[in-house]
Design a protein around this ligand. Structure first.
Ligand code: IMP
Ligand code: MG
Length: 334
């Protein structure tokens, strides 16, 4: 077969940390895909995948590698070579096939200079992950960057055409997008699903767009939309403890807030999301207090069922393309 059959896209509908890795791994293990591809970002991302009760963490490598599927790091990604090798070593030690992972020759290289610049001038001010992301994309745009094809060993480079059944795995989330997010409190790449086309397929090949969210909001890093006052709220603090809301990449405590339903629906509408996954419903249930933000007001529900019915009703009433909603209560499946 020499052509693309269909493309499904998994992306974050919030501020990252929604559980995209879990959904990607869940969809991939059914054997429905020939490739799993990352289209943006670098090792600023952190993906947690649970497989047969064991926890695995990756930063740059797409989650297809956990299921024996070719895993591509696309041309819009940025790659820090030593970190990539470290991750491949880790995967090999854990029993996975590192030769499945390939990097587009056009991906850009993150140098130690980029990392140092990020640490020195951006990390405090913007709460970046200090992985050199913004300085690397700045060099790319100024056309002074280095391409993967000139730096990485040939056995790591991707020299095939994308064919068959494709799953694209997003990094970060809608509200961290360089164009749609709360600039400058954003990342430096396009996190929206349309950008997956940069991997080399026409938009008409897209079949399903999976938007991933959580039943409460979290934010890693600095953002005036998530002030430090949120840490003082005892309910939100215990929700964060219960949900283990600490960054996979940085270990930082994430700011937690009640789900902003209007922002979620708008992000779903704007991106053409067809399948919406709401993760961590088990945590909300265990927590036993049911609140969300709607029309700038805090709404309180007296049961989990009333809260989730409200969410599904509001999505149904919106003019989004969402056809399926999954309320997920498991770290391994949806
Ligand atoms: P940078 O991508 O390291 O430049 O960080 C820019 C902003 O995006 C910071 O607020 C980070 O905390 C946030 N960010 C970047 N990657 C992730 C992610 O994978 N999950 C959550 N937040 C992220
Ligand atoms: Mg993540």
């Amino acid at each position: 077969m020499n052509e693309i059959k269909y493309v499904d896209i998994v992306f974050g509908i919030s501020w990252g940390d929604e559980g995209k890795g879990k959904v990607t791994s869940h969809l991939t293990k059914k054997g429905n895909y020939d490739y799993v591809c990352r289209w943006a970002g670098g090792n600023n991302a952190g993906h947690t995948v649970f497989l047969r009760g064991k926890k695995y963490k990756t930063h740059l490598v797409p989650s297809g590698v956990f299921h024996g599927i070719k895993s591509i790091i696309g041309p819009q990604c940025v790659v820090h070579p030593d970190s990539l090798i470290e991750e491949l070593d880790y995967l090999e030690r854990s029993g996975f096939d590192r030769s499945l992972v390939k990097v587009s020759p056009r991906a850009h290289i993150v140098t130690d200079k980029h990392v140092n610049k990020d640490k020195k001038s951006l990390a405090k001010k913007l709460g970046t992950t200090s992985k050199g992301i913004a300085p690397c994309y700045a060099d790319k745009m100024a056309r002074t960057g280095q391409l993967a094809k000139d730096v990485l060993p040939p056995n790591l480079l991707w020299d095939e055409k994308l064919t068959g059944r494709i799953l694209c795995e997003g990094a970060q989330g809608y509200h961290l997008d360089i164009d749609q997010g709360n600039y400058p409190y954003v990342t430096s790449s396009t996190t929206l699903p349309y950008a997956a086309c940069s991997l080399g397929f026409p938009p008409q090949k897209i079949r399903h767009i999976w938007g991933i969210s959580k039943i409460y909001d979290t934010r890693s890093g600095v953002d005036p939309l998530f002030p430090d006052d949120l840490f003082e709220d005892p309910d939100l603090a215990s929700l964060g403890d219960l949900g283990q809301e600490f960054g996979v990449t940085t270990g930082r405590r994430r700011h937690c807030n009640w789900l902003n339903l209007d922002m979620m629906i708008e992000a779903a509408r704007q991106t053409g999301t067809t399948h919406l996954v709401v993760n961590k419903c088990d945590i909300m249930r265990k927590f036993g207090t049911y609140k969300l933000l709607h029309n700038d007001e805090l709404k309180i529900f007296d049961s989990y069922h009333k809260m989730t019915s409200f969410i599904t009703d509001q999505i149904g009433k919106s003019d989004s393309l969402v056809k399926h909603i999954y309320l997920s209560s498991s770290p391994e499946k949806i």
